[in-house]
Design a protein around this ligand. Structure first.
Ligand code: NDP
Ligand code: 2IT
Length: 476
């Protein structure tokens, strides 16, 4: 339930809807973005994330101008702390390699900083800032005591030996350990950081500090991990889609689904879809899109991506009737092949801006009327506008993929009480959290007279919770 009765939303604060106030709000959002671009140059992904949130908050500010009086916007777009460091490690030839390391501790109003680590060559400080900014509102939507943070490196895990991955992770933690703690900052996985990397990071933290404590989530099940965390983001994205469909009195059974990505989130999205009787027919990696009209063979996919760690193209050896569509098969075409295949539901689960306006139009034309984002900011602003204009069920990443971080908090709770919960308990909680996030988004969207706009609902509901806590804490 959304609580509209707090002091913070007191109707006394309401501003009359005069042309002057309207103009003030227009320039306010515009000026804030301009000043952000000036003070934090060359962070385009961060501006994109900030612009979406600020645009959605306009109607809230109109009703509750006290958020502006408290300068919450200027405070929330500025990370509380940003740590940038050098990571030196030795490759298998004994040669010194250098990478950049980051941890952005964005906002701690609701709890310890929480958010994953991304190891990918495309990572810059702007990438980590956009991810950390999104994480603030996502974590708020879970209703759990979680602040927002993110970290990572421009390290490329591809083609590295296990020993190189280990040495890199050890070097990364040798700086990070001094900034994290079970009630301070608790990182987890993201692109390029899975169970193997979390293991090496944890081992180095323990070696340096001598402490066995919950400073990371996504840990192995024998050493503090939560059952169900590995599956949680993908399962949660499917539960979110189920909630959107339920609002239209539909079920997911029998629906044909497009999934992008072939990593942690994509694999467990596909697993849950198969379990529920839906038919996932695609997945993708950085080399291309796999299309198996008979439905993805999950065991084969897991063997290729979780065990052998090779290209999706290897799928064709066992399933010659499937297709692997690469850029070469798609000459001169705009957009991404995965979104140009006929289906009912789409689950973008790879990376940011992987779904453009051209892709959105293809999806709509082919009959897709439900999109649930497993990835962070996978749709461009133009693509989102196409979905909203078409009035389809569109679940933005900060709502639809919150199941991962929510289950990370369940892992923290288990670590603090030295318990390990069974799968049913974790999964029941995950389902309840996803249903609650959907309800918050839908009710908030309705409260602001845009009942189908879950982007507006997610941003306002998440922001309100953080901003109210910030006001309670005073100017700090
Ligand atoms: P993984 O590293 O496990 O998998 C990422 C997948 O996406 C891989 O198949 C990868 O292909 C593909 N990919 C990554 N970058 C690109 C790119 N630039 N172009 C094309 N394909 C790309 O990561 P996750 O599954 O954990 O994360 C996927 C998304 O979900 C990210 O947006 C992440 O932020 C988000 N997310 C993750 C959560 C989690 O718990 N792990 C929680 C919430 C959101 P290849 O292997 O060829 O590089
Ligand atoms: O984007 C995300 O929410 C994650 N990568 C998971 C974060 C977490 O702390 O589990």
């Amino acid at each position: 339930m959304v609580d509209n009765n707090t002091d913070h939303n007191n109707a006394d604060h309401n501003t009359p809807d005069t042309p002057d106030n309207h103009r003030h709000l227009e320039t306010y959002v515009h000026d804030t973005l301009t000043s952000l671009k000036h003070s934090s140059p060359a962070q385009t992904e961060f501006y994109q994330a900030a612009e979406e949130v600020l645009e959605c908050l306009r109607p809230l500010f109109k009703r509750c101008p006290h958020y502006l009086e408290h300068n919450i916007i200027e405070r929330i777009v500025e990370p509380e702390r940003q740590i940038m460091f050098r990571i030196c490690w030795a490759d298998d030839n004994g040669k010194a390699q250098v990478n950049k390391g980051y941890r952005v501790q964005f906002n701690s109003a609701l709890g310890p900083y929480k958010g994953g680590l991304r190891f990918h060559p495309s990572v810059t400080s702007g990438t980590i800032k956009f991810l950390g900014f999104e994480q603030i509102f996502k974590n708020a939507l879970t209703g759990l005591p979680l602040g927002g943070g993110k970290g990572g490196s421009n390290f490329d895990p591809k083609g590295k030996s296990d020993a190189e991955i280990m040495r890199f992770c050890q070097a990364y933690m040798t700086e990070l350990y001094r900034h994290i703690g079970p009630t301070q900052d608790v990182p987890a996985g993201d692109i390029g950081v899975g169970a193997r990397e979390v293991g090496y990071l944890y081992g180095q933290y323990k070696r340096i500090t001598g402490r066995y404590e919950g400073i990371l989530t996504g840990k192995g099940l024998e050493w503090g991990g939560s059952i169900g965390r590995k599956e949680a983001t993908g399962y949660g994205a499917v539960y979110f889609a189920q909630n959107m469909l339920k609002a239209r009195r539909e079920t997911i059974e029998g629906k044909t689904c497009l999934v992008s990505g072939a990593g942690n989130v994509a694999i467990y999205t596909i697993e849950k879809l198969l379990e529920l009787g839906a038919k996932p027919i695609t997945c993708s990696d950085s080399g291309g899109t796999l299309h198996d009209p008979e439905g993805i063979d999950l065991a084969l996919l897991k063997d290729i991506k979780e065990v052998k760690r090779t290209s999706l193209e290897d799928y064709l050896t066992a399933r010659p009737d499937a297709r692997y569509i690469t850029a070469a098969d798609y000459p001169g075409e705009e957009g991404h092949a995965v979104w140009h295949i006929k289906a009912d539901i789409a689950f973008p689960c790879a990376t940011q801006n992987e779904l453009t306006a051209v892709d959105a139009e293809a999806l709509l034309k082919n009959g897709v009327d439900c999109v649930s984002e497993g990835a962070n900011m996978p749709s461009t602003a133009d693509a989102i506008n196409r979905f909203l204009d078409a009035g389809i069920a569109y679940g933005p990443g900060k709502a639809a993929n919150a199941g991962g971080v929510a289950t990370s908090q369940l892992e923290m709770a288990q670590n603090n009480s030295m318990e390990q919960w069974p799968l049913e308990k974790v999964d029941d909680k995950l389902k309840a959290i996803m249903a609650d996030i959907h309800e918050q988004c839908a009710e908030t969207a309705a409260e602001f007279d845009e009942p189908t706009n879950l982007v507006l609902g997610a941003n306002i509901a998440g922001f309100r919770r953080v901003a109210d806590a910030m006001i309670d804490h005073g100017i700090v």
